[in-house]
Design a protein around this ligand. Structure first.
Ligand code: FES
Ligand code: FE2
Length: 459
């Protein structure tokens, strides 16, 4: 951190927009970065009941009944008979790989007396209920009724497990319980199109860390939807992350996807007058803190920290994929691509490693969240997908930084975590009826709530 926080001026003005960064790129930037989304979103306060009221949470169940949501990764269920238990709110789903390679999402509840069919993920030829032995195929078709003579009332053609729709994209397995839902391909507009070139079919779950946090799932998620909090929550990053240069995109007619593009290896307007490009580079690479020799890499004349970082990233990426990556722009190689897919997935683009987050209510609580974080890696073309990383489940007393697989990100997440329970407590205590959001830097949060409102049942 080569700057003095005391010297930050009270008023700052943006020195660069994200589009300015693109203009200075050393390569041609893909058109997707030029798709600026400035759809108008209502700037009225967002009501606080959605964070604090149990009644809101009860009505919000409808969201999980109507939306496409990530249940697991394809590599969690690679072989026929593999199944994954996905719990959401009071619902539970058995995501199973069928003999023909297709995937089924079966309601994880026995049609006899309601026992949950499986408590944990695993492998099976069929789903036999451990209580009395009613049995269904992997695809949820009725296979066996014990003492069938005793159940004359059962219509065997109408006793299959309840199904959700299933779709896959980039290795993610999505389900949607709504039989009338729009196709997943349309739902994922424009992220699906934007990520097309990045070989996500070669991706696999390289790391997976989870922790239960105090706070409504939306509070936790929204902490990652803006860079406005950088200076006060993460003062160590303003020398290398340009919060003012972020682009926040909300597109007309695209309710389920929005994004934030974050210039990395670039100083914030807060400190840009205090640092050199070499300072930014040294700070970004962590070399000073690591006590390494400052002369290990000196930027060439006119070279920016961002350009030098892009060069190194291209080389790392080429080694990972076994392909020439010289065409990759600085923006693709360096920046943070915070795309959100409604309701609860955040997933980075580019050639990876791709960071992802998921936020789900924990054990059907409106005041606790299971937050999961990880990275997708790539395997070389033609090679089988490696098995997914085991989930590291942090205890209440453990920090994100205790998870070695998160590297330096863990410390940043620990800083974010310090706000979360306090937000829930503050909202519970507040006399104010809503939260007041910035018109630009927090427009994605308002966009999220606009979409949320559209799924909420009327009172
Ligand atoms: S509850 Fe499942 S077989 Fe009886
Ligand atoms: Fe943060």
């Amino acid at each position: 951190m080569g700057y003095d926080l005391e010297k930050i001026p009270l008023q700052t003005s943006p020195h660069s927009t994200y589009q300015d960064y693109l203009d200075a790129d050393t390569r041609e930037v893909p058109g997707i970065f030029r798709e600026v989304g400035n759809a108008v979103v209502d700037i009225a306060d967002v009501s606080k009941d959605r964070y604090v009221d149990r009644d809101w949470y009860e009505r919000e169940r409808e969201v999980w009944e109507k939306t496409w949501q990530v249940a697991c990764r394809e590599e969690h269920i690679p072989e026929p008979g593999d199944y994954h238990v996905y719990d959401i709110g009071k619902r539970s789903w058995l995501i199973a790989r069928n003999a023909d390679g297709s995937i089924s999402a079966n309601a994880n509840t026995c049609l006899h007396r309601g026992r949950k069919l499986r408590l944990e993920s695993g492998h099976a030829d069929e789903f036999r209920c451990p209580f009395h032995g009613f049995t269904w195929s992997l695809a949820g078709e009725l296979a066996h009724i014990p003492c069938e003579f005793d159940f004359p009332q059962i219509d065997k053609d109408n006793f299959n497990l309840h199904q959700a729709q299933v779709g896959t994209w980039s290795g993610w397995v999505f389900i949607n319980p709504d039989p009338d839902a729009m196709p997943l391909e349309d739902y994922l507009d424009p992220i699906r199109r934007h990520y097309e070139p990045y070989k996500l079919d070669q991706s696999f779950l390289g790391s997976h860390v989870a922790k239960v946090l105090d706070g409504n799932w939306k509070i936790i998620q929204e902490a990652f939807m803006e860079s406005f909090h950088s200076l006060d929550t993460h003062p160590q990053i303003v020398g290398t992350v340009d919060d003012f240069g972020c682009q926040y995109d909300v597109w007309e007619g695209k309710p389920h996807v929005n994004r934030m593009l974050v210039p990395f290896a670039s100083a914030s307007s807060y400190v840009i007058d205090q640092v050199t490009e070499q300072d930014v580079y040294d700070d970004w690479t962590g070399r000073k803190e690591l006590g390494q020799d400052d002369s290990a890499y000196i930027l060439a004349d006119g070279e920016t920290a961002r350009q030098a970082t892009a060069k190194a990233r291209r080389e790392a990426c080429a080694a990972m994929l076994g392909e020439d990556m010289d065409h990759v722009s600085d923006a693709e190689a360096v920046d943070g691509w915070y795309y959100n897919v409604f309701p609860n997935l955040m997933f980075w683009g580019g050639y990876g490693p791709n960071m992802w987050y998921r936020f789900t209510p924990w054990k059907d609580s409106h005041e606790q969240t299971l937050m999961e974080v990880g990275f997708l890696l790539r395997h070389p073309l033609g090679q089988p997908k490696p098995p997914p990383a085991e989930m590291t489940f942090l205890s209440v007393d453990q920090k994100w930084s205790d998870a070695e697989e998160l590297g330096g990100l863990g410390f940043v997440l620990d800083q974010d975590t310090t706000n979360m329970a306090a937000i829930q407590q503050g909202l519970n205590a507040s006399y104010k009826e809503g939260v007041t959001l910035a018109s630009y830097q927090e427009n994605r949060i308002r966009h999220f709530h606009q979409t949320l409102d559209s799924y909420m049942p009327k009172k």
